[in-house]
Design a protein around this ligand. Structure first.
Ligand code: NAD
Length: 317
């Protein structure tokens, strides 16, 4: 019997990385997980801790602390490594320091002979994903970031709460930068097969909603990370689950539609920029960027967001 192990190499064993690893273990989303961190002792301790949960897990999994050489036969390298913003530090300076961190990661990963897919979570995620693509020289389809996957999940949760419908039956996306310039193209938002804009001010089988509630929800999505950071210093469970979902789409060759940060090559009138867009994700990474029929004003929001991303990337060069 040929046993083809689904192997994930995780670089960065902090709060985000380990929330992801814990989600992988609970979902038995891979067969082999290697933990890599500049702090080798931490990676070793985390591997021990996770291994002690194996007796209660749904299936067996090989988990160990390793090195970049272990990426050689990995299907996926997931990067959650990064340095935190120092008090008073500019965003650009933080970007430069994270650029250095990525240089120290991507080069040994590619040198290992790794030939799989990169998935990036480190912030600012759209820029770090583009840097990963540039440093690795990989085909852009094989480099993706978590993008607006988490923001989209937050949007669906809030809409589901308001409409009293399971978020899984809410089809709406957050697009653009994972950050302040992200936006919700409401013209594309549906609950079951009802366009959400049609529910505004109309009685029916679904709870009524209004434009002002939609704006409020979009604002809450944008402010969610700030609110969580203010309350508990960091966000990690939601992103851990989002990364696990993307991982299952890749390792299961699912062709699932997820809003990841992908290279745009003419879609939405944008070129050579990584931004959060709905994509078909499978074993080859980004199989296709879906080009939704956005309204003119939504295209303008996309354009403004991509402009910010381009300027940030150019600033870090
Ligand atoms: P953390 O400080 O807890 O963990 C960072 C880890 O990276 C640490 O274990 C550190 O040792 C490791 N590291 C640092 N430099 C390294 C290097 N050169 N090589 C290998 N490992 C290195 O931080 P966190 O809370 O886990 O956040 C990680 C990143 O995820 C941050 O950039 C954060 O902003 C981002 N994040 C992204 C999203 C999203 O939606 N994309 C959501 C939340 C957080």
């Amino acid at each position: 019997m040929r046993i083809d192990k689904r192997k994930v190499a995780l670089v960065g064993c902090g709060m985000v990385g380990m929330s992801y690893a814990y989600a992988l273990l609970n979902q038995t989303a891979c067969d082999e997980l290697v933990l890599i961190d500049v702090n080798e002792k931490k990676a070793m301790g985390e591997a021990m801790d996770l291994n002690h949960g194996l007796a209660f897990a749904g299936s067996n999994m090989e988990i160990y602390a390793g090195s970049y050489e272990d990426c050689q036969n990995a299907d996926l390298v997931v990067i959650c490594a990064g340095v935190a913003q120092k008090p008073g530090e500019t965003r650009l300076n933080l970007l430069k320091r994270n650029g250095e961190v990525f240089r120290s990661i991507i080069e040994p990963v590619t040198r290992s002979g790794f030939n799989g897919i990169f998935l990036v979570a480190t912030n600012p995620v759209d820029i770090m994903t583009r840097i990963t693509c540039q440093l690795s020289g990989f085909n852009p389809g094989r480099v993706l970031g978590s993008g607006t996957a988490l923001d989209t999940a937050r949007l669906r949760y809030l809409l589901g709460e308001y409409l009293q419908v399971d978020p899984k039956n809410v089809h709406a996306y957050v697009m653009g930068e994972h950050g302040d310039s992200e936006f919700v193209p409401w013209s594309q938002a549906m609950v079951a097969t009802f366009p959400i804009l049609d529910l505004c001010g109309r009685e029916g089988s679904m709870r009524q909603i209004s434009r002002s509630v939609l704006q409020e929800i979009a604002g809450q999505v944008k402010g969610a990370a700030y609110q969580i950071i203010e309350a508990k210093q960091a966000t990690y469970y939601g992103i851990g689950m989002a990364l696990a979902r993307i991982t299952r789409a890749v390792l299961g060759d699912e062709n699932s539609v997820l809003t990841v940060s992908a290279m745009l090559r003419g879609e939405y009138g944008q070129k050579d920029v990584f931004a959060g867009v709905p994509c078909v994700i499978n074993g080859n990474g980004v199989k296709r960027v879906l080009e939704l029929p956005l309204l003119q004003e939504e295209l303008e929001q996309m354009d403004a967001s991509c402009r910010i991303l381009k300027e940030s990337f150019e600033g870090v060069l």
